[in-house]
Design a protein. Structure first.
Length: 115
């Protein structure tokens, strides 16, 4: 029995010492690693909100069609950029408008006739 006591005592002290050392170094490196990761996470979250929240869709009949402006029967008014061809549209058509908000102004990105 005496021959096993010394090796077991040494092994136990090494395990306890190693886990205490590992816990100390892991905590220190984890705390250091959390700070930069938090900054990166916040930045990527901000970029994601900026892109996903900007696109909206509205479907209704055309009430008023002017040069550079479109008003739907649901009351929403849109600014039409030059890339959107209004010759294909007429009052009374049901359209699906994809748009971005710029302040309180809605700017259409696409206008498609829905049947």
């Amino acid at each position: 029995m005496r021959s096993l006591t010394l090796p077991l005592t040494l092994a136990a002290s090494l395990l306890v010492g190693t886990s205490a050392f590992a816990a100390t170094s892991t905590t220190t490196s984890t705390d250091a690693a959390k700070k930069p990761a938090a900054k990166v996470h916040v930045a990527s979250k901000h970029v994601a909100k900026k892109h996903t929240a900007a696109l909206h869709v509205s479907t209704s009949k055309i009430k008023i069609l002017d040069t550079g402006k479109l008003t739907l029967a649901n009351g929403k008014t849109f600014v039409l950029p030059a890339k959107i061809v209004v010759a294909d549209l007429k009052v009374g058509d049901t359209v699906k408008v994809s748009y971005h908000m710029k302040g309180k102004e809605r700017t259409a990105t696409t206008v498609k006739v829905v049947k």
